[in-house]
Design a protein around this ligand. Structure first.
Ligand SMILES: C[S@@+](CC[C@H](N)C(=O)[O-])C[C@H]1O[C@@H](n2cnc3c(N)ncnc32)[C@H](O)[C@@H]1O
Length: 277
């Protein structure tokens, strides 16, 4: 696949499908998956890169055992996770046989996974996949909208008694996100993408902002894992000499002023883990 081979009828239909969230299998051909994998899935891959980098910062390592990419689509998420940690085998499952064929890897036959990968699938589900109960660890990435974030928080609340929370939460207490706030972060595209005429044309035509890759995520592990500090939610607001950020910690979520004298303000970004004085 290359930029000249893109089929905009397919991309428009898929985008419409994702926006409407209409039920049913929408993969009609291998070409659907190839077009998706070359474009929309790459943006999802950049969100995964941000999550995997944060897991490295936290010193988290996956448990042994196979990786299962459930609801794999073209397979971008499972591939990213396996490549990042050097894991194998990569197993795939999707209601679409076409998707499983495109995603490659081994077909999942019900074996318990070491790492269960879920990506951009929650708003298509009527119920949570039962395989969650068999997984040692779960890596889950969703879009960064209010609705998707809140849906993922609801999942967190049902699972936090059985799993330790690796990220983004710094605690296992009930989620403190209330009101109009939502738990989301921003990933960056790789260097060069914003200046790449193909990506720029794609973004204009698809009506998406390449600079802003909002996502929400949840990483769970059966093994004990503790994180100290407060997590910056969303984008901090910068002012002269101070910044304001929504910080999440065990005692709740609060809008906090961070003075320049406390910390270099440049280092505070979406998702930063702060140790507060
Ligand atoms: C938006 S796509 C995301 C694909 C891929 N995970 C990614 O991040 O690019 C959602 C995928 O979930 C699959 N899916 C939706 N409901 C499912 C179900 N009940 N069982 C298995 N797969 C499902 C769809 O067929 C589709 O491939």
């Amino acid at each position: 696949m290359n930029w000249d081979q893109l089929d905009w009828h397919i991309l428009d239909r898929l985008r419409e499908q994702f926006l409407r969230g209409a039920p049913g299998d929408y993969w009609r051909s291998a070409a659907d998956l190839a077009n998706y994998d070359f474009t929309f899935a790459q943006r999802i891959g950049w969100k995964w890169d941000a999550v995997l980098a944060e897991l490295d910062r936290l010193g988290w390592r996956p448990p042994p055992g196979p990786v299962l990419d459930w609801g794999c689509g073209s397979g971008i998420a499972g591939r990213r996770v396996c490549e990042h940690f050097g894991l194998a085998p990569r197993r795939v499952f999707d209601r679409s046989t076409l998707a499983m064929e495109f995603a490659g890897g081994e077909r999942w036959r019900g074996q318990p996974p070491g790492v269960l990968v879920l990506s951009h699938v929650l708003n298509e589900l009527r119920e949570l996949p039962a395989v969650i109960e068999q997984a040692e660890a779960i890596l889950w990435v969703e879009p960064g909208t209010f609705a998707d974030s809140r849906a993922l928080i609801a999942v967190r609340e049902t699972l936090r008694d059985r799993f330790h929370i690796v990220a983004p939460c710094t605690h296992r207490a009930p989620c403190g996100m209330t009101g109009s706030d939502w738990c989301h972060f921003f990933a960056e595209p790789p260097k060069g993408v914003l200046a790449d005429p193909n990506w720029v044309r794609f973004a204009q035509r698809a009506g998406i902002d390449l600079r802003s890759l909002p996502y929400s995520y949840l990483v769970l592990d059966r093994r004990p894992f503790a994180v100290d500090g407060a997590r910056v939610i969303g984008e901090p607001r910068r002012y002269k000499g101070y910044a304001k950020a929504l910080l999440c910690e065990a005692t709740g979520v609060r809008d906090t002023m961070i003075q320049k004298r406390d910390r270099s303000l440049k280092t505070i970004r979406s998702g930063t883990l702060l140790t507060l004085p």
